[in-house]
Design a protein around this ligand. Structure first.
Ligand code: DC
Length: 209
């Protein structure tokens, strides 16, 4: 079974998807980490972030892989390097290119193959796995999302962080529509445990159907 979890930054996707995968014994695929890894490599190799064709070549020649919790690209373990504000601020510029998205989509489908997986991103329920058996779209109010992000990026001021989130939402908007058959869950006032349990119930109901 494929469980697709989409939603904006700070909606709780990663924590929930990881927890759910552990509970269900499913594989966990973080597609945002893939765009982040490609962005890291493009900065490293000084590829222009507007240069769609060069970025697509870079993505094609350097497939991203996951080893447990670690993220690899081009022979480097980039797990920690992709989580800073430096990547947050430019990743949308890389992710917006259709040629890049096509390569990522194919790689994401490959990673989804072979049975049970929880896959998180922006377009999993709509584009990558439209046939996913369970689709969830997580939302949360912007103050709560900024507060959560602040806990992960203590080095950034609260105001700058709120601005970063707002700009990223605007830039990611084209890629981020809930699937018509997705269940929207507002996580603002819920604990991670609450959200995981709620999705687990959807998975159980689907398994029974
Ligand atoms: O979920 P995240 O913040 O790690 O994602 C990083 C960026 O990658 C995000 O700003 C938008 C992009 N992204 C995307 O366009 N499609 C996905 N399926 C996942 C992420």
């Amino acid at each position: 079974m494929i469980v697709a979890i989409d939603g904006p930054a700070g909606s709780g996707k990663s924590t929930v998807a990881r927890g759910l995968a552990a509970r269900l014994g499913f594989r966990y695929v973080d597609t945002g980490a893939m765009y982040r890894a490609l962005t890291w490599l493009a900065l490293e190799r000084r590829v222009e972030l507007e240069d769609e064709r060069s970025l697509a070549e870079l993505a094609h020649g350097n497939p991203i892989s996951f080893e447990g919790d670690r993220v690899w690209i081009g022979g480097d373990d980039v797990t920690e390097s992709i989580r800073g504000a430096r990547i947050d601020r430019v990743v949308s510029a890389v992710a917006r290119h259709p040629q890049v998205r096509a390569i990522m989509r194919d790689r994401q489908r490959e990673l989804a193959e072979g049975g049970d997986a929880v896959i998180e991103g922006r377009d999993i329920g709509t584009v990558v796995c439209p046939e996913a058996e369970v689709k969830v779209f997580l939302v949360a109010d912007s103050a709560e999302r900024a507060r959560r992000r602040q806990a992960e990026r203590p080095e950034i001021g609260a105001e700058a962080l709120a601005t970063d989130l707002r700009l990223r939402d605007e830039r990611d908007a084209a890629q981020m529509q809930p699937a018509t058959d997705a269940e929207t869950v507002d996580t603002t006032a819920l604990t991670v445990e609450d959200v995981v349990e709620r999705i687990e119930r959807l998975v159980e109901a689907r398994a029974r159907a």
